[in-house]
Ligand binder design. Structure first.
Ligand code: GRF
Length: 192
């Protein structure tokens, strides 16, 4: 199985996934980083890890790269661009995303800030399949984080990221092992 990671920013999830693959924890080949921002820090991380980087500005370029590199699984990790319904259909239940809240609460690009400002006491991380709507597809895994009274936004963000770096590799491991069964909105983790 060949995986492409799509990212536009810092790339801490890219690094966590790359590390897990290198350690043999996820039986996939990390074939590609697709990035839409030439200045993104994730590009240097991919190069250092020996992962091919495709800087893509249009969806045609993205599709071409996916076909050329025979990609079976796409992991979105801070990719700040909405994929078209056509691409989502073509890779149905083969595109996974991570979101820094307990969906369906706090969708959108500023979730951690929004969580903090709202004053909730429990938040978390969601890994889900991607469908045509933003932060919406069938949920694979979720994990919770307590918001403590003395947490700053930065402290909360650090806790969320730490959890993301465990949860995302775990979800990808289950996918690669053929252990995720999707029926409608329900995702079952099988024992096989
Ligand atoms: C993560 O918080 C992820 O949940 C969200 O974008 C952020 C990416 O962070 N989708 P990084 O670039 O992996 O450090």
């Amino acid at each position: 199985m060949r995986i492409a990671i799509f990212a536009s920013g810092r790339g801490s999830n890219f690094s966590a996934i790359a590390r897990a693959i290198k350690k043999g924890k996820i039986p996939v080949k990390l074939a590609l980083l697709v990035c839409d921002k030439p200045q993104a820090a994730v590009i240097a991380k991919a190069k250092r890890a020996g992962v091919k980087v495709v800087l893509a500005k249009t969806e045609e370029e993205i599709l071409r790269a996916l076909t050329e590199h025979q990609i079976d699984l796409i992991a979105l990790a801070g990719f700040m661009r909405i994929l078209s319904p056509g691409l989502v259909q073509k890779y149905k239940n083969k595109i996974i995303n991570i979101h820094p809240s307990l969906l369906p609460a706090f969708k959108g690009a500023k979730a951690i800030e929004d969580v903090f400002n709202y004053g909730v006491k429990v938040t978390g991380v969601t890994v889900h399949f991607v469908d045509e709507l933003m932060d919406h597809g069938p949920i694979i895994l979720q994990a919770a984080v307590k918001v403590e009274e003395n947490d700053t936004p930065q402290a909360l963000e650090a806790k969320i990221h730490k959890l993301e770096h465990k949860l995302y590799p775990e979800a990808l491991r289950l996918f690669a092992a053929g252990r995720l069964e999707v029926a409608g909105r329900q995702v079952k983790v099988t024992n096989r």
